[in-house]
Design a protein around this ligand. Structure first.
Ligand SMILES: CC(C)(COP(=O)(O)OP(=O)(O)OC[C@H]1O[C@@H](n2cnc3c(N)ncnc32)[C@H](O)[C@@H]1OP(=O)(O)O)[C@@H](O)C(=O)NCCC(=O)NCCSC=O
Length: 577
């Protein structure tokens, strides 16, 4: 659509004009971008107003970091860049954490920030919110661009979109100085300057030799294992992956956000036999999973004594040999690679030895049976397992619902307990184990998918984005937040024996987070037993009303999340002595 920002008034020279505001909006719309996660303010307030008037869905948050986490996860769910729009310096910096998070997690996202006058910034003359945002963003994202002239808006956005989604996806920064928005140009020339990005993330076909090498190694295995990462979930090659895993007969271990790519209840799922499969496998095929800290870098105690051969499928060639030798690297997009595997296997495939698959199912059944009675306890106040037993059944009854999960114990225990049944339904803290993703991800998940969201939050984790319950109520989203409230970080029982200050990890005892939701017109419930929790969550799922349940957890329950290098201060002191 042609935008008439202004009409030139000079007699005889009348022409349709457009401006930077409208060109940004038109460029986004031309590329199918219809939602922006933002916090309004100088200099982008009018851009937001005009974008809304032009039909773009503007979702206004209370803090840029949450808008950024929303944009990142929107990118993950849709394979299109999620857009976060912020004001200059402080707003930009608030959004930057989420941009770096998106880059680390390989989510396509574009952070667009307004910025102050280049001439003044470069001479450091003290402009309003003066900051060289481009320079600051560069090391923290996949690519960063600045547009100085209205006629370059089309190209600038095209570059940002391509950089965000092609190859390994990631975060891109786009700097738009305030002056740009007011620049006026001929409307027809403006429209011509826009670029519709064609084939933004082209398929990357693996070489036939790499496919053969990988399958040859896999064929030689006695105890093979497939590890599915969130890259595999992102690829949206769900049917091809399912066909491959089932045809191969190989047990699979889903990483946290790959849970549900094939159901956690699938007979080949080795999630509940994690230690066994890592230790005892002899060939490991990684599909969209990286050998980072979450997989103990592919070596050490958790990988046991059995010598391993690793096969890795990734779109990024530099991922290969990052931690250990990869004997069969397969570089390509996951859909193309797995399709090539399936074609090559069509002529016949021998399932792994029954001894191996039987050993895994025995271990899995043992672990599941050990956990089952814990999940059925009806203690009040609740322990983690009693509360999670309820939520496990909620997801079983609502497999279409999206589970958002963050916390320490709340995250570690929920990951194991709550089975997922469908792809991309579990959204969590990702590669950094970051706290604060909760409400941003819940809001974007509800908006982008139209499905109900269950956000299972530690009380500490929730605190990072808690104000967004107002956003949830304002947009009337079908989000049920369950806060595992144990009065503190890890546990609520720490005591400071030195002075009257509270211990560093404790919060106000008996806090009522449910009142926060009520303050904005949503439903708040205080649940002190699994039965009460069950009733409240079921009501929320049925009504679709914004709901926050304060689930009272015994402050002494659970254990410190010990896998991420937490050191007990006492033990540090003892070591120093
Ligand atoms: C690195 C990890 C993937 C590895 O965790 P592990 O505890 O080794 O594995 P998990 O998959 O959680 O499984 C733990 C055990 O439960 C078993 N398990 C798993 N699922 C089930 C079910 N459904 N039933 C019964 N038992 C189960 C599994 O086989 C393991 O037992 P065995 O096989 O018997 O060993 C995880 O720690 C992780 O994702 N960490 C991220 C933490 C994080 O980001 N924290 C945020 C910071 S918190 C800030 O303070």
């Amino acid at each position: 659509m042609l935008n008439t920002a202004t009409k030139s008034e000079a007699p005889g020279t009348e022409q349709e004009l457009t401006d930077g505001f409208h060109l940004v909006i038109d460029a986004l719309k031309l590329n199918g971008i219809n939602t922006i996660y933002n916090v309004p303010g100088i200099p982008i307030t009018d851009l937001g107003r005009m974008a809304q008037a032009e039909g773009i869905r503007m979702i206004s948050f209370r803090h840029e970091q949450n808008a950024g986490y929303a944009a990142g996860i929107a990118g993950y769910l849709t394979k299109k860049p999620g857009i976060c729009l912020t004001v200059s310096a402080p707003g930009f910096l608030n959004g930057l954490t989420a941009l770096a998070h998106a880059t680390t997690n390989c989510y396509p996202m574009i952070l667009i920030s307004g910025s102050s006058e280049r001439e003044i910034v470069d001479l450091q003359q003290g402009d309003y919110e003066e900051m060289d945002q481009l320079a600051i963003a560069k090391p923290l994202c996949k690519a960063a661009y600045r547009v100085l002239h209205a006629q370059d808006i089309g190209i600038g956005l095209a570059r940002a979109i391509r950089a965000a989604v092609s190859g390994r996806p990631g975060g891109v920064y786009l700097d738009l100085p305030a002056k740009l928005f007011g620049q006026v140009m001929n409307a027809e020339a403006g429209q011509k300057s826009l670029v519709k990005v064609i084939d933004a993330a082209p398929a990357q076909i693996p070489s036939p030799a790499s496919i053969k090498r990988a399958l040859d190694v896999l064929k030689g295995a006695k105890r093979p294992l497939i590890i599915l990462g969130k890259g595999a979930a992102y690829a949206q090659a769900d049917e091809e992956i399912k066909t491959f895993v089932e045809k191969s007969g190989i047990p699979f271990l889903p990483m946290s956000m790959a849970k549900g790519l094939l159901s956690d209840t699938h007979p080949q799922c080795a999630g509940a036999a994690r230690s066994t499969v890592l230790k005892e496998s002899d060939v490991v095929l990684l599909i969209g999973a990286r050998l980072n800290w979450l997989l103990s870098h592919g070596k050490g105690k958790s990988w046991g004594e059995t010598p391993k051969k690793f096969i890795q499928v990734d779109i990024e060639p530099r991922e290969m040999d990052s931690n250990v030798e990869i004997v069969a690297p397969v570089v390509g997009d996951i859909g193309s690679v797995v399709s090539a595997f399936n074609q090559a296997m069509a002529s016949g495939w021998t399932a792994p030895p029954a001894e191996w698959t039987k050993a895994i199912s025995t271990k899995r059944e043992e672990n599941v049976a050990k956990m089952a009675p814990k999940l059925m306890n009806n203690k009040s106040p609740m322990d983690y397992h009693g509360a999670l037993g309820v939520l496990k059944n909620v997801i079983k009854d609502h497999p279409e619902a999206i589970l958002v999960n963050e916390g320490a114990n709340t995250l570690d225990l929920a990951r194991g307990v709550i089975d997922m049944y469908r792809p991309r339904k579990r959204l969590d803290v990702g590669t950094w184990g970051v706290m604060g993703i909760g409400m941003g991800q819940a809001i974007a998940a509800a908006l982008e998918t139209g499905h109900p969201v269950l956000a299972v939050e530690g009380d500490s984790a929730f605190g990072f984005s808690g104000m967004e319950v107002e956003t949830i109520c304002r947009y009337n989203l079908p989000i049920c937040v369950v806060i595992f409230n144990n009065d503190g970080i890890y546990r609520g029982t720490d005591v400071n024996s030195v002075n009257a200050d509270p211990a560093t990890t404790v919060f106000v005892k008996g806090a009522r987070y449910d009142k926060m939701m009520e303050a904005f017109g949503g439903v708040g419930v205080n649940a002190t037993s699994p039965d009460e929790l069950k009733r409240a969550v079921n009501e929320a799922m049925a009504s679709g009303k914004p709901t926050l349940i304060n689930a009272v957890i015994d402050p002494a329950a659970g254990s410190e999340s010990g896998r991420i290098g937490n050191l007990n201060p006492q033990s540090v002191l003892q070591k120093k002595k």
